[in-house]
Design a protein around this ligand. Structure first.
Ligand SMILES: [Zn+2]
Length: 92
C-alpha cells in the first residue's frame, strides 16, 4: 500500500475549491509519465475545463508548465471537434 503516514491532519482543511487543490509534488501527467495528451480524451480534458468552458489555470489544476501547455493545446483541439465547450464569454 502507499504510504499514508505523512498524511497528518493540520489546520488547513478548507481550501475553498472543491477541485483538486491538494498539493502534489509533480503534476498528474508527470506522475503517469504522459508525454502527449490526446485531444480525444474528452473525460480527461473536461477535468481541466470549468463549467463555463474555461481552461483551469495551472495553479489550481496543479499541472506543470509543460503539461499545462499540452492540456491547453489538447483542449483547443477538442473544442474544434466539439468535445469540450468553448468558453462562454459574457457579452460586453
Ligand atoms: Zn507535468
Amino acid at each position: 500500500m502507499a504510504n499514508f503516514s505523512r498524511m497528518k491532519k493540520r489546520g488547513r482543511q478548507k481550501m475553498g475549491f472543491g477541485l483538486e487543490t491538494r498539493r502534489r509534488k509533480v503534476c498528474r501527467f508527470c506522475e503517469n509519465k504522459v508525454d502527449y495528451i490526446d485531444y480525444r480524451e474528452e473525460k480527461l480534458l473536461r477535468r481541466f475545463v470549468s463549467d463555463r468552458g474555461k481552461i483551469i489555470p495551472r495553479r489550481i489544476s496543479g499541472n506543470c508548465a509543460k503539461h499545462q501547455r499540452a492540456v491547453t493545446r489538447a483542449i483547443k483541439r477538442a473544442r474544434m471537434l466539439g468535445l469540450v465547450p468553448f468558453s462562454a464569454e459574457p457579452l460586453h
